[in-house]
Write a protein of this length. Structure first.
Length: 150
């Protein structure tokens, strides 16, 4: 721990922009080292924990899971790791995001088709509800029932 005055969990959470429970959660998940404690049991943090929390928060904002963040933190801590290894991790994340974007586009298109198929029918005859009830074996939404079909 540095020679700077130790910080309480509340001070750390405010300065890092996260909730107190988030700090505790990251400790339980192993993303933060267990802090020193006062005789009273209160946690005492060094200021470097704030930077680590901000790093975790930025990584989460970029879509990294906690497991992926743990891997990136391990790369960051290992001075023998190369930038290429970090680039590979980021590249894998980009591919994951691209797959999610394609999935979201398919979902959006299916919903748009269902919304445009809606008309004045009610209840169980509603094309939107019928399509949701009739999913094919792959889990894709069924084609909407046209307004002219009965």
């Amino acid at each position: 721990m540095s020679t700077a005055r130790p910080l309480s969990i509340g001070q750390v959470s405010r300065q890092a922009g996260v909730a107190v429970e988030t700090v505790r959660f990251y400790e339980r998940q192993g993303l933060l080292d267990e802090p020193a404690r006062r005789a009273s049991g209160y946690r005492q943090y060094s200021e470097d924990v704030i930077d680590r929390l901000k790093f975790i928060k930025r990584a989460k904002d970029l879509g990294f899971s906690l497991n992926e963040i743990a891997e990136v933190l391990a790369l960051r801590a290992d001075s023998s790791m190369t930038c290429d290894e970090v680039r590979q991790s980021a590249g894998a994340k980009i591919e994951d995001i691209e797959r999610k974007i394609e999935d979201l586009k398919r979902m959006k298109n299916a919903l748009e088709e269902l919304v445009t198929s809606c008309d004045e029918r009610t209840g169980s005859e509603c094309p939107f509800l019928v399509a949701l009830a009739k999913q094919d074996a792959e889990g894709d939404l069924a084609e909407p029932v046209s307004a002219t079909a009965t």
